[in-house]
Design a protein. Structure first.
Length: 166
């Protein structure tokens, strides 16, 4: 049996101060509002710089807000070409990692012109208090895209580790 002091024991989620939880909930409410209109400018404002976006197809690092905004605008244009006109937050789970870091697990529901849900897309966010913005608000530092609703249904070839015996 594993004890809680054992390194492989399940970790308890750190409690998050109420004010930090409220701030993070406001951040995701703003994110939700921006995604209802697929507004790249408003979404880009919620990220800290530098930031990283990871997806099955690869990673992209951003140090300039204009580059991040351009990437988001391209992604939202792809969504629109595929009939997706809005995204809304359907699940949010927050966990404290350290005083100035948190993790959020989110599920987005993507909707078409008839306001029908066409996809549920899970994401994982690492958030930090920004050192570059006065007041040190919470901002997104890293997002892990766990699926792309516009990707072709072909399975991507991902690198894997093979252990050869020899």
């Amino acid at each position: 049996m594993l004890s809680e002091s054992h390194p492989d024991a399940p970790r308890r989620a750190r409690s998050m101060p109420a004010d930090a939880r409220a701030e993070l909930q406001r951040l995701f409410k703003a994110y939700d509002s921006a995604c209802l209109d697929l507004d790249a400018e408003a979404v880009a404002a919620l990220y800290d710089l530098p930031c990283l976006i990871s997806a099955p197809a690869g990673n992209a690092a951003f140090t300039a807000r204009a580059d991040l905004r351009q990437m988001l605008a391209g992604r939202f244009a792809d969504y629109r070409r595929n009939g997706i006109v809005s995204a809304s937050l359907t699940a949010l789970d927050l966990e404290s990692v350290a005083a100035d870091f948190a993790v959020a697990r989110v599920v987005w529901s993507l909707s078409d012109r008839r306001d029908l849900d066409v996809a549920s897309v899970p994401r994982r966010y690492t958030l930090r208090r920004s050192d570059t913005i006065p007041g040190r608000p919470w901002r997104i530092a890293h997002v892990v895209s766990l699926g792309d609703p516009t990707a072709r249904r072909q399975r991507a070839v991902l690198p894997h580790l093979s252990l050869a015996r020899g």
